[in-house]
Design a binder for this molecule. Structure first.
Ligand SMILES: Nc1ncnc2c1ncn2[C@@H]1O[C@H](COP(=O)(O)OP(=O)(O)OP(=O)(O)O)[C@@H](O)[C@H]1O
Length: 264
């Protein structure tokens, strides 16, 4: 089966007047179809850059990168992935439904089909009753759920998420994590998820990829063997704490202090 993401020796150098910054070097990473992989590491280690390369928002300066066996550009054109970032990025003048329908509208899907899909998606993220509301009438967590619904609109086989819950309070954040696990199980999408929180990475992922900076490299890959059913109870489980410790130790094994990483 073709992997969702396949990176071989991927590097990214940003050139500027003040010199070159090697944001990524020698990145080898495979993400299987349907797999949930988190990227974690200190600020500036290249997590967002790697996600942007996969999303075809930027191009590697070395190595090979494929998304479902295609170039990132081909995968973008085929609408193989959806994107959700820290800010929900909803259009304030459009209702919740109209925001979710936006990608479908842009790709010429008819009105009736759009409406059916939007209803399905709002039900998936538990916002059926808010279809006619505007973004400012929703809490931050609800807005983020709309953004996730929108990222799923075209049934992507891959979700690219950059700290999507970073701006939420701890309780909402945990609830969103539980919902994301359920949504992924239902949609079968693979996920590449950037986070600063070790417990969040452990709760969500099948594998946690630990990165180190200057240049950005993968320093460890920690498999999380907590099974597919991840309910609230898991957060109190000894196996969960053991996995959190394993990731924390992998992070501390990096040559620089894990600055910017939430060690709670
Ligand atoms: N467009 C750009 N031009 C120049 N340098 C850049 C650019 N984008 C990122 N960088 C540099 O590349 C490195 C990696 O940045 P990136 O944003 O990928 O890190 P990150 O791990 O996502 O950080 P954070 O956790 O703080 O979000 C940093 O040194 C950053 O300054």
């Amino acid at each position: 089966m073709t992997n969702a993401v396949e990176a071989r020796g991927v590097g990214k150098v940003f050139s500027s007047r003040s010199g070159d910054v090697s944001a990524l070097e020698g990145i080898d990473l495979s993400v299987a179809d349907g797999e949930f992989v988190s990227l974690i590491g200190p600020s500036g280690c290249g997590k967002s850059t790697l996600l942007r390369l996969i999303a075809d928002l930027d191009t590697p300066t070395s190595g090979e990168l494929t998304v479902f066996g295609k170039t990132p550009q081909q995968a973008r054109e085929a609408q193989d992935y959806g994107i959700a970032f820290q800010q929900a990025g909803l259009l304030p003048w459009r209702t919740v439904t109209a925001n979710v329908e936006l990608p479908l509208e842009l790709h010429g899907i008819g009105k009736a089909e759009r409406a059916v899909r939007a209803t399905e998606l709002l039900s998936l993220v538990g916002l059926d009753e808010f279809a006619g509301h505007f973004p400012h009438q929703l809490s931050g967590g609800m807005q983020q759920r709309v953004a996730i619904a929108r990222s799923l609109a075209e049934r992507p086989s891959l979700l690219l998420m950059d700290e999507p819950f970073g701006a939420l309070d701890e309780m909402t954040r945990e609830r969103m994590q539980t919902e994301l696990v359920r949504i992924c199980a239902e949609s079968g999408a693979a996920v590449v998820f950037v986070t600063h929180s070790i417990p969040e990475a452990v709760f969500l992922s099948q594998r946690v990829v630990v990165m180190s900076p200057r240049p950005g490299r993968i320093s460890a890959v920690v498999p999380i063997t907590l099974g597919d059913v991840r309910g609230e109870g898991l957060r109190e489980d000894a196996a969960f704490f053991a996995a959190v410790t394993a990731v924390r130790e992998a992070l501390h094994g990096t040559p620089v202090t894990a600055r910017g990483v939430d060690l709670r």
